[in-house]
Design a protein around this ligand. Structure first.
Ligand SMILES: Nc1ncnc2c1ncn2[C@@H]1O[C@H](COP(=O)(O)OP(=O)(O)OP(=O)(O)O)[C@@H](O)[C@H]1O
Length: 261
């Protein structure tokens, strides 16, 4: 079976204006390669500006690479059209960083979670609502919350709703882009434990994006460390922690105190 997702020598260049008539090339993502196998918890770690969000935008086809390929189950995502592209959009779901801004405040929880099922026309009206109940229970949100609006929820509850929404269409992979960085520290551990549970119990494939290496240590099967757009360390989590190749990864390991769960 091919990897769920594979990046092959992907480069993304932004043209920055330097002066009135001069431009400078910024290699936001530079010759990046990694693969994510089915059922794997894979983390992409790097400091601010290292290219993490650009990579997730490339995977979501919101940007096009200047070089390289991105393959989903062996198929080039930039060659997909029509039904194949719709299917790709269904199979790759995202949990965003900020649960305060990622939902329509006028939509009830049940409609927020149901929306991907509506968009992809999955199931009958009744089946869609049953699926909403099912995924809410997976993220430990009581069923009575279905009638609430986002501003009636705490930050942690909102992020659980975001995760339920991503789960609704039974995706092949979930991209979680810094999903706990806007939450209180006390809530972060709860949400991290939820990701761990979903991965262990349901075998969901994750691409988890974070700036904190120690945060992803207990979650990840494998990690890629990004520095200035390049992958400087890539491999099994414990190998990276015991034998980091790059100076930057060593600094990351030593600079941040381990998180207790
Ligand atoms: N549309 C754009 N135009 C020009 N430069 C951009 C654009 N998007 C990103 N960049 C630059 O590309 C580099 C990588 O940005 P990116 O947002 O991918 O980093 P990041 O690792 O996700 O950072 P953060 O954790 O702060 O979100 C940065 O130097 C950023 O300023």
């Amino acid at each position: 079976m091919p990897p769920v997702l594979e990046l092959k020598n992907v480069t993304k260049i932004f043209q920055l204006k330097k002066g009135l008539f001069t431009k400078k090339k910024l290699y936001a993502v530079n010759n990046v390669s990694f693969e994510i196998q089915k059922g794997e918890f894979f983390s992409l770690v790097g400091e601010s500006g290292s290219g993490k969000t650009t990579i997730s935008k490339l995977i979501l086809r919101l940007l096009k690479p200047d070089e390289g390929e991105i393959l989903f189950l062996g198929k080039n995502i930039f060659k997909m059209k029509g039904e194949e592209l719709k299917d790709y959009r269904k199979k790759i779901q995202v949990v965003f960083q900020n649960p305060y801004t990622s939902f329509n405040p006028l939509m009830k929880v049940k409609d927020i979670v149901k929306e991907p099922l509506d968009i992809h026309k999955i199931g009958s009206k009744k089946e869609r609502l049953e699926r909403v109940e099912e995924v809410l229970s997976l993220v430990n949100i009581p069923v009575e919350f279905m009638e609430r609006y986002p501003d009636q929820l705490s930050g942690g509850q909102r992020q659980r709703i975001g995760i339920a929404r991503a789960l609704a269409v039974n995706p092949e992979i979930i991209i979680a882009d810094e999903p706990v960085s806007s939450l209180d520290v006390s809530i972060q551990a709860q949400i991290i434990n939820l990701f761990l549970k979903l991965h262990k119990e349901l075998g969901i494939t994750f691409l988890f994006i974070a700036h904190d290496l120690n945060l992803v240590r207990h979650l990840s099967d494998r990690i890629a460390v990004l520095y200035k757009g390049e992958v400087v360390d890539y491999g099994k989590t414990e190998e990276i922690f015991t034998n980091p190749k790059s100076k930057f990864t060593k600094e990351l390991i030593n600079s941040i105190p381990p998180i207790e769960f």
